[in-house]
Design a protein around this ligand. Structure first.
Ligand SMILES: [Zn+2]
Length: 61
């Protein structure tokens, strides 16, 4: 018997109810924090040199 319309907790800090304006976060701060983490992760992935798959399929004998 859960209450309908119960505020969900902020997905970032999980300590405060998500604000309608910043859903699913509780505040602009948490939203920005999440965005920053996301961007950081993307940058990290982008900066990491992806190991090129060594395909020796072009060598014909
Ligand atoms: Zn929060």
């Amino acid at each position: 018997m859960g209450r309908m319309g119960e505020a969900r907790l902020c997905v970032l800090c999980a300590s405060r109810p998500a604000e309608e304006r910043w859903r699913p976060f509780c505040s602009e701060r948490c939203r920005n924090e999440d965005l920053a983490r996301w961007a950081e992760g993307r940058y990290r992935i982008a900066a990491e040199p992806a190991p090129a798959p060594d395909t020796d399929a072009d060598s014909s004998s």
